[in-house]
Design a protein around this ligand. Sequence first.
Ligand code: GLP
Length: 258
Amino acid sequence: MEIIIKRDAEEASLEAAALFRRQLREKPESVIGLATGSTPLRFYELLVEMGRERVLDTAHAVTFNLDEYVGLHPSHPQSYAAYMRAHLFNHLAVARSHIPDGMAADIPRHCAQYEEAIRDAGGIDWQLLGLGSDGHIGFNEPGSSLGSRTRLKTLTARTVADNAAHFASPGEVPRHVITMGVGTILEARRCVVLAFGAGKAHAVAAMAEGPITALVPASVLQMHPACTLIVDEAGAGALQRRDYYRWVYENKPAWQRP
Ligand code: GLP
């Protein structure tokens, strides 16, 4: 895993946006996996700015979102469908976008179709990920099978509390979600994980330096052949080898830079 430590969330988001732009330059019809949450908000703003300045062309890209709340209609302001419209799709054209349907009548069938759609698109080339404070990726909570596919999950009380800020009250946060599985995420050709702030420092260290365990689903990314973790100083606070990661980045060959 490559670990990039940036001064703050702004610098980290700029690095992620540069990597994204390089991906689309190399393959304009890339299949992109997208994440939600507060972490990638600045990243999305940067994509929109680059689109406006015509230094980024997403018109041929196909996107798949990681997850969605069960029971929220796409028009619900807290649905991830609404989030994606507000922060990206209303401002930047893509060829096709996919988000799990939280209102699907037959959830197992819908999940199987979602997996099939990813396969039919050729698989995910570039997957953006946030990190839950409990080490989840997508909505794969601790204990998730490391080989899991898109399916229904029940949120932990901690994730409900973490996400309650976006709802009128914790009672309104859905308990169930549809999420790409850990196995689905691992098949992406490249993963880029963003984690900012001291509240994520423990999860970051467990993900990058702890044992690979279902208790920290993100830790399985240690097995991924092309995973880049971009953190700010606060998010890097608990990493034991942070001086080495800085050293590696400073000495990165020019051809490896975005
Ligand atoms: C949420 C989302 C994840 C996100 C994570 C972190 O529950 N399902 O995709 O990466 O938790 O959220 P945030 O970026 O708001 O800290």
